[in-house]
Write a protein that binds this ligand. Structure first.
Ligand SMILES: C[S@@+](CC[C@H](N)C(=O)[O-])C[C@H]1O[C@@H](n2cnc3c(N)ncnc32)[C@H](O)[C@@H]1O
Length: 241
């Protein structure tokens, strides 16, 4: 990472470490057993292979997607740079009686050999990712032939300051702005997407094929990028040969 990228990432990681203990609210993740959880579980099921697969959840945070993928019978690894988020993920996975490998790792260049996974998935991550095209290239390289990248995100069309992320007790006013400074925001190419053309183009330039974006109607109403309320899933595949 360059010094500039290091500084940007350090601010992002610090933000999520501060937020970690308060992240598991109904704004961010659905409680296991709730109807919202069932809706997310069915959504994740529809995006993953039917047969048990090796799944990498990049920017796993408190392990929401990792938990669901493990419940669906997949072998799951989660990486994140915020150790506080990973501690919360460990707690979630243990309470659920599941087995997920959780490691500190950069979603832009996850620390695994090529062709290690069948799926690289993320939820609510690409908006806060620097070097997004490099990330797509890394994810493509990590896939086995026929594997898929799944990126769940929203179009962030609302004004930043109206995001509920800045208004609850767990997320005091100013915290977001102090970490997501102008320099940080400038490094995040998908922070305020108006349409899907940029992530589609980056996925295709990374070598992924059959790239599609669909709206996730079952989980309409969830914010997966600042200001968005309709999650979408970009799915792209690694060529079989
Ligand atoms: C909005 S949270 C989403 C967490 C989780 N995926 C979910 O669905 O609840 C964004 C997460 O991305 C992580 N993150 C941001 N940049 C990262 C990077 N370069 N490498 C790994 N994790 C990163 C943050 O630490 C945070 O846990």
């Amino acid at each position: 990472m360059s010094d500039d990228a290091d500084a940007v990432q350090a601010r992002i990681t610090a933000f999520w470490n501060v937020l970690a203990s308060g992240y598991n609210t109904a704004d961010n993740v659905a409680a296991p057993g709730s109807s919202e959880y069932t809706a997310w579980l069915e959504t994740v099921r529809s995006l993953l292979p039917e047969t048990p697969s090796d799944v990498l959840d990049v920017g796993t945070g408190t392990g929401f997607v990792a938990q669901m993928a493990a419940e669906l019978g997949h072998r799951v690894t989660g990486v994140d740079l915020a150790e506080g988020m990973l501690e919360s993920a460990q707690d979630r996975i243990e309470r659920a009686g599941l087995d997920v490998s959780l490691l500190v790792g950069d979603a832009v260049r996850p620390p695994f050999p090529p062709a290690s996974f069948d799926v690289v998935i993320s939820r609510s991550v690409i908006w806060t990712l620097r070097e997004l095209e490099t990330a797509f290239r890394s994810w493509q390289t990590l896939l086995r032939p026929g594997g898929r990248v799944v990126a769940i995100y929203g179009l962030g069309t609302g004004p930043m300051d109206e995001s509920p992320a800045q208004e609850s007790a767990e997320k005091p006013m100013g915290l977001f702005q102090r970490h997501y400074t102008a320099e940080t925001r400038n490094a995040l190419s998908a922070m305020r997407l108006q349409d899907h053309s940029l992530p589609i183009r980056m996925a295709q330039r990374a070598g992924l094929v059959d790239v599609t974006v669909s709206s996730l109607e079952l989980v309409r109403g969830w914010e997966t990028s600042p200001g968005s309320d309709l999650p979408h899933a970009l799915v792209g595949h690694r060529l079989i040969s």
